[in-house]
Design a protein around this ligand. Structure first.
Ligand code: SF4
Ligand code: SF4
Length: 325
């Protein structure tokens, strides 16, 4: 059986998508990155675009994708609750993706040199996924796969296997065509021209540290972490699973009263945990303001005296909103 067919067999067995591309430099990406800052990324444009700088003997890249297209059932218990992005609920995807990559290496490439990355690698995940045929870029900036849509985590490994040894069937291309649902649905007008303006993207705003402007607190809406709106409206994501998890809709009061130890237990193994308790609590206070329920006033008032500027500022915003509503 060819290496490519083994990879396809592996992907079916492991319920993932997988594809392969060459390890040539990503020339266009390098040009694009020259004058741009990408949030939460500390690599140079060269490191981000040249697989050969990461592994000297780089010949090909294998990319995998794991769907997180889950809709969590709403909780109607009268408590003030926020929303988490589907990708931040449950076990941290960095761990799950890395486990799949390790298994892939063990079963298909036991003797070969590889370097594996799950989100925190130097190369651009989306560009790797596009080159490896996992999908086509949608107007919302995500990579859309013809079978599982655009809500999937990406992992990849750089290998010393000649790209020619992987040749196989091309995946089906996906097109946005005239559709513009994601552009129209984005709550903060962050998408235009197939690109996302990070400064306006709620997912980015919920993850950045420090005190935010009132405009940003307002933009957060009910999001404690991340944002899925441009994915949810995408017709390619209509085949979702339904599940239950109370942390998909965190109880604001509980989150604000969480001790460090409890936070570690609840959020430590999720993708949202890396941002730390304070950032999520700051967002929770902003959500409290956006809900505007008088019941939240005492909690918000308490945090206006916090020793931390970000919590104080979000609490002041919340108090103002609750008093005005
Ligand atoms: S994640 Fe949310 S805010 Fe960001 S582009 Fe998509 S819909 Fe807009
Ligand atoms: S919502 Fe429509 S325009 Fe946006 S990515 Fe999906 S198919 Fe493309």
């Amino acid at each position: 059986m060819s290496l490519y067919n083994k990879l396809k067999e592996f992907s079916v067995k492991e319920n993932i998508i997988a594809g392969v591309g060459s390890a040539e430099p990503f020339y266009e990406l390098k040009e694009y990155l020259k004058d741009r800052e990408v949030p939460f990324v500390n690599f140079t444009p060269e490191e981000r675009s040249e697989p050969g700088l990461i592994m000297k003997n780089a010949k090909s890249i294998v990319a995998i994708g794991l769907s997180y297209n889950v809709v969590y059932k709403k909780i109607n218990d009268g408590r003030s609750r926020g929303n988490m992005s589907a990708g931040a609920v449950g076990t941290d995807y960095h761990i799950v993706v890395m486990d799949k990559l390790k298994k892939l290496k063990e079963e298909l490439l036991p003797e070969r040199e590889v370097k594996m990355f799950s989100d925190t690698g130097p190369l651009s995940d989306r560009d790797v996924a596009l080159r490896c045929g996992l999908g086509t870029r949608g107007k919302n900036g995500s990579v859309i796969n013809s079978e599982i849509g655009g809500m999937f985590f990406i992992g990849y490994m750089i290998t010393d296997v000649e790209y020619e040894l992987w040749q196989g069937e091309e995946g089906k291309a996906v097109y946005c065509g005239e559709c513009d649902r994601c552009i129209r649905a984005c709550p903060n007008s962050a998408i235009s021209d197939g690109k996302c303006d990070y400064g306006r993207c709620i997912s980015y705003i919920t993850q950045k540290k420090g005190a935010l402007s009132d405009e940003e607190y307002k933009a957060i809406g009910r999001q404690i972490y991340g944002c899925d709106v441009c994915q949810r409206v995408c017709p390619y994501n209509k085949n979702f699973k339904v599940s239950e998890n109370e942390y998909a809709y965190p109880d604001i009061e509980k989150l604000l009263n969480t001790t460090n130890r409890e936070f570690k237990e609840i959020y430590g193994n999720t993708a949202a945990g890396w941002r730390g308790k304070r950032t999520l609590q700051r967002n929770a206070l902003a959500v409290l303001g956006n809900i505007g329920d008088e019941k939240g006033l005492d909690i918000a008032l308490k945090y206006t005296k916090s020793e931390y500027e970000d919590l104080r500022s979000a609490a002041q915003y919340a108090v103002k909103c609750i008093k005005e509503s």
